[in-house]
Design a protein around this ligand. Sequence first.
Ligand SMILES: [Zn+2]
Length: 149
Amino acid sequence: MRQGSGAIAEPCHQPMLYIPSALYKDLLDHGTRASPKEACGILAGRQGRTTAFYPAVNVEEGHEKYSISPQELARILKDLEGKGLDLIGIFHSHPATPAYPSVTDVELACYPDSAYVILSLGDEPSIKAFSIREGKVTDIPITIEPSMG
Ligand SMILES: [Zn+2]
């Protein structure tokens, strides 16, 4: 389902996202542990290549919402900057719904240059990434890379 088709898409800040398979497993573990609540965290790396995952505490009470406390977010951003990494993606899980941004996800999205990475749990977990810019959702292809060594 797409909206706003017909408009010429702006060049996406991140045309492709790479996630090492070991890190993908960390995302799955984090999401599974938090279920039935949504899990959240931050992906960091360089030029679309994810090298670090910062799991965060979801401070929301409901099952279909997530947010990272400003204190924890500030601490994560400071740490990744200290390591010379960029904020690549904002991760959260959907324990019972597909890997697509909810209406709330789109309304609350405030990092247009970041990828929104959504993991859908269930029998067949799937992970997808999106750019959310001024209410417009665009797919960002994800490649899960075999981890080295
Ligand atoms: Zn969501």
